[in-house]
Design a protein around this ligand. Structure first.
Ligand SMILES: [Zn+2]
Length: 109
């Protein structure tokens, strides 16, 4: 696999970086690169989840269809709240459809 260039050009960042937290217990779940102008986070594109690299994990696990992907749930075992469900976007990309009100987001940059 080829890795994308990691060149950082100042002031030309094309995405915003959000941290996503469980709305129930505040556990940090993932860091997300959000492209586009929309304010809300209705769906998370798996390929844009910066860490943990779920997409790589799923590819490694041999998942070929979105229905093989588990729900996005809180990493805190005592909580386990489901925050998003796997789905296909209109352009057939893998996404988590996020349950509004079940998660917090924090703009990092
Ligand atoms: Zn939680």
């Amino acid at each position: 696999m080829s890795s994308p260039k990691k060149r950082k050009s100042k002031g030309k960042q094309k995405y915003k970086v959000y941290d996503i937290y469980c709305g129930k217990c505040n556990t940090h779940l993932l860091t997300y690169h959000k492209y586009g102008a929309g304010k809300g986070i209705l769906r998370l594109y798996l390929a844009n989840i910066a860490s943990p690299n779920l997409m790589a994990n799923f590819v490694e696990a041999g998942y070929e269809q979105i229905k093989q992907v588990p729900n996005l749930s809180c990493a805190n075992i005592d909580c386990g709240e489901v925050l998003g469900v796997p789905a296909l976007s209109k352009s057939k990309k893998w996404v988590f459809r996020m349950r509004q009100g079940y998660f917090h987001r924090k703009l990092i940059k």
